[in-house]
Design a protein around this ligand. Structure first.
Ligand SMILES: Nc1ncnc2c1ncn2[C@@H]1O[C@H](COP(=O)(O)OP(=O)(O)O)[C@@H](O)[C@H]1O
Ligand SMILES: [Mg+2]
Length: 572
């Protein structure tokens, strides 16, 4: 370990002399051993970004190099926990998170009940499962041979209690423990990257039916302030069919993280009836924490997601919001004297975003499992400007864009997912996956509904100019279908007991309801029935069906469809 001293302090950035560290090496500053990371080296000076308050740090303070990069301690006990951006456990009420109230990542005294799953004697490679501990009731923590270790499994612990730092096995002379340290900026290795085609079910119709994401895909949720990004991502955290959720919160409002934690801790996992926290890891950055812990937090979060992926689980990383994360980058770049690029962001912004989204994917793990990390991230451009650098670069690197429309949010059409500005590159693969599952109609239904929505939008803008009554009946039927799709299918309130989550069967029933009623209306109009007669019918059961039918109750929706179809055809 080499030692040096602080030369200059500028907010979270220090200039250090007398130290010969490597790039991205972790250093510790002063008696408090504040953690910092070397971000540039020039002559006798190293520039260090500090992941803690630098109040009180002064020139001359000692700086010690640790010999390793910024890394996180990984092991059982992460699930259900709340951590800061460097994966230090946060304790106490979230609103009171002071810098002092930090514990090590994991409880080193806690006893875990270990069950070996292999016999000693054989040869093992990195990723091979050695045994497991029940981390929570929902998830077993599978202990594996760490990266870089292979050879004869000389010894394995018998079934019984272990702490995270006690050896559970010895491989070629190396002791293996449940705890492992991993440099968070480095992706955890996999055997093979696989093509992502199975959809992640989010339980949100606007996404699953229209802009689906594959497990292992990535999605950005761009939207101005108050358009519903946080609500949408939280709905997905609650309802999506992943095994493990890692939620990285960089709140925009002061108490937002406290609200998230409060809400998450109350929630039941709809699938197991157990607390949702049993399969959730929260990484919280509140506005009173050092800005740089935020910069580290998305890498820390994705590293934790990769850890559970490597055990064979389907994992989802949610980051809300990456714009707050990018501000941390900007803060640093303004202090280092580096020439800033677009709008004050460092020149490395695009590379940093690419490296982050690159870590999403469906893979074959070193242990041979098929597993995935899906990344979902909010982008909140200042003033809703979608051309600013973070939004523009993010679009290049993600597979799905779920764009939230301020006009829809203003009209209380929730979720305000725009059918015009959203897109997905996974639709074709998901369509093929549905075909393989004997649902060949999925892609056609989606295409038809999107075309109807676009046609209805176009007709509506014409109707605003010339009046709806001057449009031909056939076109007014299209407008009616657009309204049905928007109100009966796309709208989905997070507050509705029956509809906050929607099963695949109910999703399809609702979409079919809208399309069937369109067909019926078009059919009777073709037979000469004036549209005014259709307008006299009460079609409100169609728009109420989503709230009236339970989350799995496709039959109730089908009954409404049948009744209304009968009434419409009755006009002919
Ligand atoms: N799916 C939804 N269902 C019902 N209300 C919603 C929904 N999405 C957003 N809202 C409303 O919009 C408000 C702002 O949403 P929020 O997610 O905090 O916005 P953002 O994170 O984009 O700033 C919420 O407090 C809620 O009242
Ligand atoms: Mg928000």
């Amino acid at each position: 370990m080499s030692a040096g001293s602080v030369h200059r302090v500028s907010g979270p950035v220090l200039e250090v002399e007398g130290l010969e560290p490597g790039m991205l090496e972790l250093v510790e500053i002063g008696e408090a051993r504040l953690p910092g990371e070397v971000i540039s080296l020039a002559g006798q000076y190293a520039t260090v970004q500090v992941y803690a308050y630098t109040g009180g740090v002064r020139p001359g303070d000692a700086v010690v190099a640790t010999g390793h990069p910024l890394r996180a301690t990984l092991g059982p006990g992460l699930l259900g926990g709340v951590f800061d951006g460097m994966l230090r456990r946060l304790s106490g009420a979230p609103a009171l998170l002071a810098d002092g109230a930090r514990l090590p990542t994991l409880d080193e005294r806690r006893e875990w009940s270990f069950t070996p799953t292999v016999e000693p004697g054989g040869r093992v490679e990195p990723g091979a499962v050695l045994g497991e501990v029940p981390e929570t009731e929902a998830i077993a923590f599978r202990a594996r041979v760490p990266h870089g270790v292979s050879g004869t499994l000389e010894w394995i612990a018998p079934a019984g209690s272990v702490t995270i730092e006690e050896p559970i096995a010895r491989v070629a002379g190396v002791d293996v423990t449940l705890a492992e340290r991993w440099p968070v900026r480095r992706p955890r290795p996999v055997a093979e990257r696989l093509r992502a085609d199975a959809p992640l079910s989010t339980g949100q119709r606007a996404l699953d039916l229209f802009f689906p994401i594959a497990r292992g895909g990535s999605a950005a949720v761009p939207g101005g302030f108050g358009t519903g990004k946080t609500v949408l991502l939280q709905q997905i955290a609650k309802w999506c069919d992943a095994d493990v959720i890692v939620y990285v919160g960089c709140g925009e409002r002061g108490n937002e993280m406290a609200d998230v934690l409060e809400e998450m801790s109350r929630l039941e996992d709809p699938r197991t009836g157990r607390p949702l926290l049993d399969r959730t890891v929260l990484v919280a950055n509140t506005s009173n924490m050092p800005v740089l812990a935020r910069e580290a937090s998305i890498y820390t979060g994705v590293t934790v997601a990769e850890l559970y992926r490597d055990m064979g689980y389907e994992t989802v990383l949610i980051a809300d919001s990456t714009s707050r994360w990018a501000e941390a980058l900007r803060e640093v770049s303004s202090r280092t004297g580096e020439l800033p690029a677009e709008e004050g962001y460092p020149a490395g912004l695009a590379t940093a975003l690419a490296a982050f989204y690159e870590r999403a994917g469906r893979v074959r793990t070193l242990g041979g499992d098929d597993a995935s990390v899906t990344i979902l991230a909010a982008v909140s451009p200042p003033g809703g400007d979608m051309t600013e650098p973070v939004s523009a670069h993010t679009r290049r690197f993600v597979r799905c864009v779920w764009s939230l429309d301020p006009d829809l949010a203003y009209a209380r059409h929730y979720p305000a997912v725009s059918w015009r500005d959203s897109s997905t590159r996974d639709a074709e693969r998901v369509g093929e996956w549905h075909v393989a599952r004997h649902e060949p109609g999925w892609a056609a239904r989606r295409g038809r509904a999107l075309r109807l929505l676009a046609d209805a939008d176009r007709l509506e803008s014409i109707a605003q100019l010339v009046g709806a009554t001057s449009l031909p009946d056939r076109e007014r039927v299209t407008m009616l279908a657009g309204r049905l799709l928007r109100e009966a299918v796309l709208q989905q309130s997070s507050l509705s007991a029956n509809d906050a989550y929607c099963s695949a069967a109910k999703q399809e029933a609702l979409l079919e309801l809208a399309l069937d009623l369109h067909d019926a209306c078009a059919g009777v109009v073709e037979r000469g029935v004036p549209i005014a007669r259709i307008d006299e019918l009460d079609l409100s059961p169609a728009t109420r069906a989503r709230d009236v039918a339970g989350p799995d109750d496709a039959a109730a929706v089908q009954a409404v469809a049948e009744q209304l179809r009968g009434e419409i055809w009755g006009l002919a």
